[in-house]
Design a protein around this ligand. Structure first.
Ligand code: BGC
Length: 250
């Protein structure tokens, strides 16, 4: 029996990664390929880099498998509407249409945290979870995804919620910890303010924490005092790829 597959591409501030995904298992069906995000993160340059990456994927990658692309911005009806950590040329751009025209294939363009959240709900930490699951990714920014009984409510952007008068990601993203050389407990104090506010506003049933730093969850998750269970993501750096591929196919 032929396995159903799709390609996922995750465009980030430093790298663009992609792979072919086995949709039944959520495992990668090819090597993960990565190219550097061009300096400035402008649409035309990112498009060229994405084309290179697709060419590097094997033969099947260049055929017409469904292709999902996730990106660190609000994406509504295929248009990128924000640009927090990427070139402002993306604001208002019909990105999905542009990529489809230039790459000559159908594409599903979505927010990166939404892709990661969908991946965790289908193949990871939130499989079978009932009620409201909120996934947050802690990286350069803070991304968020809401899933209610497994159904994605896109473009939630909790990283831009104001906490103590400042956009949450400015103080509590992993990049803030690095930039300000915070210790785990100092960073956890900021995370506590953020998650407590999100918990108060949305009463979730489960928090899932993604992003590369979730690999070190034992240093900061136990420091948080919340009523809601909070668990690390399973897929971390591959979650965007898995979710983008999976959403493209469904
Ligand atoms: C962006 C989000 C994105 C998150 C993680 C934020 O700055 O506004 O759209 O999901 O970073 O990349």
């Amino acid at each position: 029996m032929a396995t159903e597959q799709a390609i996922g591409i995750d465009i980030g501030g430093t790298g663009i990664k992609g792979a072919i995904v086995d949709l039944a298992t959520g495992e990668l069906a090819s090597e993960r390929t990565k190219v550097r995000t061009p300096k400035g993160g402008r649409p035309a340059d990112i498009l060229d880099a994405t084309r290179d990456l697709l060419d590097q994927l094997d033969e099947r990658g260049r055929t017409k498998l469904p292709l999902g692309v996730c990106f660190p911005a609000v994406v509504k009806h295929g248009r990128t509407l924000s640009a927090a950590n990427i070139s402002e040329e993306w604001i208002g751009l019909p990105a999905e249409e542009l990529f489809e025209q230039e790459l000559g294939r159908e594409i599903h363009f979505i927010n990166d945290a939404d892709a990661a959240g969908y991946a965790e709900s289908r193949y990871g930490a939130a499989v079978g979870a009932e009620g409201l699951v909120i996934l947050t990714t802690l990286g350069t920014g803070i991304g968020s995804a809401f899933l209610y009984d497994g159904v994605l409510v896109p473009n939630t952007e909790l990283g831009h919620m104001e906490v103590d008068g400042v956009g949450a990601e400015t103080r509590a993203a992993y990049s803030a910890m690095e930039r300000e050389e915070l210790g785990w407990d100092e960073w956890a104090t900021r995370l506590q303010r953020f998650y407590a506010m999100v918990e108060f506003l949305f009463s979730p049933d489960l928090f899932v924490v993604g992003g590369g730093v979730s690999k070190h969850h034992e240093h900061f998750l136990p420091l948080l005092d919340l009523k809601t269970p909070i668990v690390p993501a399973v897929h971390r750096n591959n979650a965007g790829i898995l979710g983008a591929a999976s959403l493209a196919a469904h």
